[in-house]
Design a protein around this ligand. Structure first.
Ligand code: SAM
Ligand code: SF4
Length: 266
């Protein structure tokens, strides 16, 4: 499917939960967030059913994100349901990695191809300070588990403030080189203020090449991370929501006051 600026929309990012076991300073307040009501969260059948329609409309690449996707109960069942859909050639997940030790093998067996793992520092104290709740050893063990399970390539998402030459980022760069991991530098963004930027080493942030649609865990289909435009897939129906999102995808976003990273998934 193409939008009115002739961009091919073939990438669907699905936030499967607004919950998270960490509280990264740039993403969530320390006290947590007001969670969606249970009945507002899409069921696995709804997510897989929507994905099927999206694939019939040309989506070939799907990413599961969150919140933290691995805190959603039974998420590997959802991975299996999505990987069973014919036509997806890239099925990935963005995770903070803390629960990968438990799930990596099952995720691979359920048909997940690869993972992006978030890691902004390799210093245990600084990791604790950024994530407020995390233990960096869980992430290191998660990376090893992903490797053993064959979830390749493993990409590391590293949030930076100004540049990849910051001390923390340089240390993560070295860690990635030593451990056969690809690194993506993500500038810290502010959706409400409209501060967005290109992902260094990735494909995000270049509006003229944007191929993405995003589905939130409560069923809003968003054609642009930096826009308030969204279509409720339960209200509009799957096909119509996709059609409208493609028609109204902005040439370039400005700001987003209706969502946050933890419910859109980045
Ligand atoms: N919990 C998972 C994780 O952290 O990887 C998946 C969801 S998280 C919202 C997805 C990505 O968004 C992570 O790589 C995270 O670092 C990034 N992110 C969160 N808040 C951000 C912000 N304000 N600016 C830039 N990236 C952000
Ligand atoms: Fe949770 Fe990911 Fe947000 Fe950190 S960036 S608080 S791990 S959703």
């Amino acid at each position: 499917m193409f939008d009115r600026f002739n961009r091919k929309l073939n990438y669907l990012r699905i936030s499967v939960t607004d919950r998270c076991n960490l509280r990264c300073t740039y993403c969530m307040p320390e006290e947590g967030i007001k969670l969606f009501r249970h009945e507002d969260i899409l069921s696995f059948d709804e997510i897989a059913g929507f994905t099927k329609v999206a694939v019939a409309n040309g989506v070939t690449k799907v990413r599961l994100t969150g919140g933290e996707p691995l805190v959603r109960k039974g998420v590997t069942t959802l991975v299996r349901m999505i990987s069973d859909i014919k036509g997806i050639d890239d099925l990935s997940m963005t995770t903070n990695g803390t629960l990968l030790k438990q799930y990596a093998k099952e995720l691979r067996n359920s048909g997940l191809h690869r993972v992006n793992i978030s890691l902004d520092t390799v210093d245990p104290e600084k990791f604790k300070a950024v994530t407020r709740l995390g233990n960096i050893n869980d992430v290191f063990e998660g990376i090893n588990a992903a490797k053993s399970a064959g979830l390749y390539p493993i990409k590391i998402n590293c949030v930076i403030k100004e540049s990849k030459d910051e001390e923390e980022a340089k240390a993560v760069t070295r860690f990635c080189k030593e451990n056969d991991l690809e690194i993506r530098y993500i500038h810290q963004m502010d959706l409400v203020m409209g501060h967005f930027s290109v992902v260094d080493g990735g494909t995000g942030g270049n509006c003229s090449l944007c191929n993405r649609l995003r589905l939130t865990s409560n069923g809003k289909l968003k054609p642009c991370l930096f826009s308030n435009i969204e279509f409720d897939i339960r209200d509009f129906g799957f096909e119509e929501a996709i059609k409208r999102a493609a028609e109204l995808k902005p040439r370039c976003g400005s700001k987003n006051e209706t969502g946050a990273f933890y419910n859109i998934g980045g």
